[in-house]
Design a protein around this ligand. Structure first.
Ligand code: ADP
Ligand code: MG
Ligand code: MG
Length: 253
């Protein structure tokens, strides 16, 4: 049983020319293994900033609050240490990894997370089975990471990592606007399989409600202007689908 705790998190982003801008204004969240949480909010509300901050992206500066995983200070960890501690943050990986095949990338990641290289024979089998479940062509394993990947292939690769690395906590910034219905289903099925193990906590960040038809969250958090303004169960997602974010935006300002 693992717990990810975000307490009163304040974050600024380095905007370059205009300096630091306050984005997160006191975020509180508690996610336990086996639970699936959805963060939903309008564009520009800081959802990706939350994901990047948990991932340790250098552009984002934590100016207050804490993030802990089972009591350990996540914010004090390097990006690699976060992965070893059991955090899966899809966006921490580079957009393209020139010259590194999917197969080698996955093995390197698994070695880092597990603390030792998986035995080659079982590993090959594990990868093949996971790819099979996700409907990924075997030739995909020999392609270079993210090089010329379609939106759907990027997502499948993300879920492939998720299934193979078996993290304690997974933060998925869906950006599901770019997903066609097939990719959406594949992503959802993968997340639901990981979820069914009961060993991974999932934080699903999304602007749209449609992915929540396939992944039914246990908890929904409405995110507006850098903080959580409302919390509830999955019925809250239905309400957002019907009513939009407007009433929350008014409430926050
Ligand atoms: P969301 O994911 O909810 O759409 P973001 O976290 O991407 O929101 O962005 C929140 C706010 O922070 C926006 O106003 C955005 O323009 C700003 N922002 C985020 N990242 C950067 C950045 N790297 N440089 C400048 N502004 C940024
Ligand atoms: Mg956005
Ligand atoms: Mg975003």
């Amino acid at each position: 049983m693992s717990t990810l705790e975000v307490r009163d998190l304040h974050v600024t982003v380095d905007t370059g020319e205009t300096g630091a801008k306050q984005i997160l204004r006191g975020v509180d969240l508690t996610i336990r293994s086996g639970e699936t949480h959805a963060i939903m909010g309008p564009n520009g509300s800081g959802k990706s900033t939350l994901a990047y901050s948990i991932a340790g992206h250098p552009k984002y500066t934590v100016t207050g609050g804490t993030v802990t995983l089972d009591g350990e200070d996540v914010l004090a960890m390097s990006v690699d240490e976060r992965a070893r501690a059991g955090l899966f943050l899809a966006m921490q990986y580079p957009v393209e990894v020139p010259g590194v095949s999917v197969s080698n990338f996955l093995r390197t990641a698994a070695t880092a997370v597990r603390g030792q290289a998986p035995s080659l024979r079982t590993w090959v089998k594990e990868v093949r089975e996971a790819m099979d479940r996700l409907g990924i062509d075997p030739a995909f394993a020999e392609r270079n990471v993210n090089e010329g990947f379609s939106g759907g292939e990027k997502k499948r690769h993300e879920i492939l990592q998720l299934e193979l690395l078996k993290p304690k906590m997974a933060v998925l910034d869906e950006t599901d606007s770019g997903l066609d219905i097939d990719a959406l289903k594949v992503v959802s099925e993968g997340v639901n399989r990981v979820r069914a193990t009961g060993e991974t906590g999932v934080l699903l960040i999304t602007h749209y409600t449609r992915i929540l038809r396939y992944i039914q969250p246990d908890f929904v958090h409405v995110f507006v202007e850098g903080r959580v303004v409302e919390e509830g169960g999955k019925e809250l997602a239905d309400r957002l689908e019907a009513e939009g974010y407007e009433r929350y935006v008014k409430k926050a300002s």
